[in-house]
Design a protein around this ligand. Structure first.
Ligand code: ZN
Ligand code: ZN
Length: 354
């Protein structure tokens, strides 16, 4: 864990080197970026309720930005009760150890690049099933919005790329292929098809790369910090931060701050479909992603979440859906598997003693 902390810490410095190291700059930092130095880190990790420590206000601004504190700026530098309870909610939502303190794992998480969509603590999925995966962590947006059409499922949604808001470090062809793969990961598991359209203005889903303030009240913050954001159904807007070093192949893009486009695209499509952030660290819908990391394969939590909104693609039969279809078959299924495993083990034991 120490390794991962120093790892992200290095990247934080990469971005902070562009700014001064004086504490007066904490106030001018974007709400999405945390400012930590070797000098103040220990005062944060040691801080507890009642303490007043320069720089605590930036954590309040950060937690407010991502949905954990009511925005009643300017925030004070006091470690107060509402800050502690916001920290606890944050730690719980991000699958961290719940300490109510700015411990090193929490600081490490806060400086890891992430999605700009605030974390939702309401409308948590309650799709519990009586099988081995007995707890779900996927979350919907408030009101559980989803795409619908008159004739309902299956539905087809069109998507299109902005020609104006585009990056040129990757070819349009590479970007199109990457998004096609990302959309197909979702369409395999639910009865929703995605088709690229050249008609940007009429497409259901509009994709573009934007810099800084770009008209929706959620300005991008430069390298790392917030990587992308998108909107709940049926708004259909997917925005990526043009300041990132987007990569489709880390063998080609060597930058230390390179971000995997496919992982982020897959995550943002999850939002477009109606999923909010999951606390499962392996899930595509977990909010953060380290530079040069990939998390583009749907986790069972993602699949359960999106299928509870749209139902199952009839052509998709996962191990999980086979298990959950009929709890009465569990005993028989696992019985057979256990029997087979016992027989294999038994055969190996016999072979060893022959
Ligand atoms: Zn997100
Ligand atoms: Zn935007």
């Amino acid at each position: 864990m120490f390794y991962s902390f120093s790892y992200t810490f290095t990247f934080l410095f990469t971005t902070l080197l562009f700014t001064s190291s004086s504490s007066s700059h904490i106030a001018s930092q974007p709400a999405t970026k945390i400012f930590i130095t070797n000098h103040n880190i220990q005062s944060f990790t040691n801080a507890g309720k009642g303490n007043i420590i320069t720089g605590i206000s930036q954590f309040k601004t950060y937690l407010s930005r991502f949905g954990y504190l009511i925005n009643n700026k300017p925030f004070s530098d006091q470690f107060d009760a509402s800050f502690e309870s916001a920290l606890i909610k944050y730690q719980r939502n991000l699958g961290l150890q719940v300490t109510g303190k700015l411990d090193s794992n929490t600081l490490s998480q806060m400086i890891t690049p992430r999605c700009g969509v605030p974390d939702t603590t309401k409308s948590r999925g309650r799709h519990r099933k009586n099988h081995i995966h007995n707890t779900t962590h996927f979350v919907y947006f408030p009101g559980k919005p989803r795409w619908s059409r008159d004739n309902d499922m299956p539905i087809t949604l069109t998507y299109s790329f902005s020609r104006e808001y585009m990056i040129h470090s990757l070819s349009l062809q590479e970007i199109r292929k990457t998004f096609k793969r990302a959309f197909s990961k979702w369409s395999i598991v639910i009865p929703v098809n995605f088709v690229e359209s050249k008609d940007y203005s009429f497409a259901d889903i509009k994709i573009g790369f934007y810099s800084g303030e770009h008209g929706d009240g959620e300005p991008f913050d430069g390298v790392l910090g917030v990587l992308a954001h998108s909107f709940s159904p049926e708004i259909g807007r997917l925005h990526l931060d043009a300041a990132e070093t987007w990569a489709v192949d880390f063998g080609v893009t060597k930058s230390e701050v390179a971000v995997d486009l496919e992982s982020v695209a897959t995550h943002e499509i999850g939002h477009l479909l109606g999923l909010s952030h999951s606390s499962v660290k392996e899930a595509v819908m977990y909010p953060s992603l380290r530079p040069r990391d990939k998390r583009g394969d749907l986790n069972i939590d993602d699949i359960k979440g999106v299928q509870s909104l749209y139902g199952c693609n009839p052509n998709f039969r996962s191990q999980w859906s086979l298990e959950s279809d009929s709890s009465t078959n569990h005993g028989a299924k696992f019985g057979v598997d256990t029997f087979r495993l016992s027989m294999i083990g038994f055969t190996i034991v016999i072979a060893l003693f022959m």
